[in-house]
Design a protein around this ligand. Structure first.
Ligand code: SF4
Length: 123
C-alpha cells in the first residue's frame, strides 16, 4: 500500500484549492506558508475521503487552518465533516479579492492571504 508523505504537524493548513482564482489562491497561499515554515499544507481531499492515515495525522494538530476561496466554505465544511474543529479561518473573498475563473492573481493578493493566515495564527 502506498505510504503518504503527510506526516503530522502542529499547524495544518487545509486550503479549498477550488476551481477559481480565489480557490487556487488559497492553495498557493498554503504552499507559501508551508515553504516559510508557518504550517504544513495538508491533504483536504484525503480528509474529506476519511482516509485513515490523513485522519490520524490530523488528530495530532494543535491548530487546524481552513483557507476558503469564497463564502461557499468548502474547506471548512470538509474539515468539520471529518469531525475536526477549525481553529483558524481565512476566506479569500473577505480580503477584498473577487472570485473569477481566470486563475490569475498578483503577488500583492497572494501576500494578503498569507498575511491573513499569519495574523490568525498569532492570536
Ligand atoms: S470555497 Fe469557493 S472557491 Fe473554494 S472550493 Fe468551495 S466554491 Fe470553490
Amino acid at each position: 500500500m502506498a505510504k503518504c508523505t503527510c506526516e503530522p504537524a502542529e499547524i495544518m493548513l487545509f486550503p479549498c484549492a477550488g476551481g477559481s482564482n480565489v480557490g487556487q489562491l488559497a492553495n498557493q497561499a498554503a504552499v507559501k506558508l508551508d515553504q516559510e515554515g508557518a504550517g504544513k499544507l495538508f491533504c483536504l481531499a484525503g480528509l474529506g475521503g476519511h482516509v485513515q492515515s490523513i485522519v490520524e495525522s490530523t488528530k495530532v494538530a494543535r491548530r487546524i487552518v481552513a483557507i476558503d476561496g469564497c463564502p461557499i466554505g468548502c474547506a471548512k465544511a470538509t474539515v468539520e465533516h471529518a469531525g475536526f474543529l477549525v481553529t483558524d479561518y481565512v476566506m479569500v473573498t473577505r480580503l477584498g479579492i473577487q472570485k473569477n475563473h481566470e486563475f490569475a492573481w498578483t503577488g500583492e493578493e497572494l501576500d494578503r492571504v498569507v498575511q491573513a493566515v499569519k495574523e490568525s495564527l498569532e492570536s
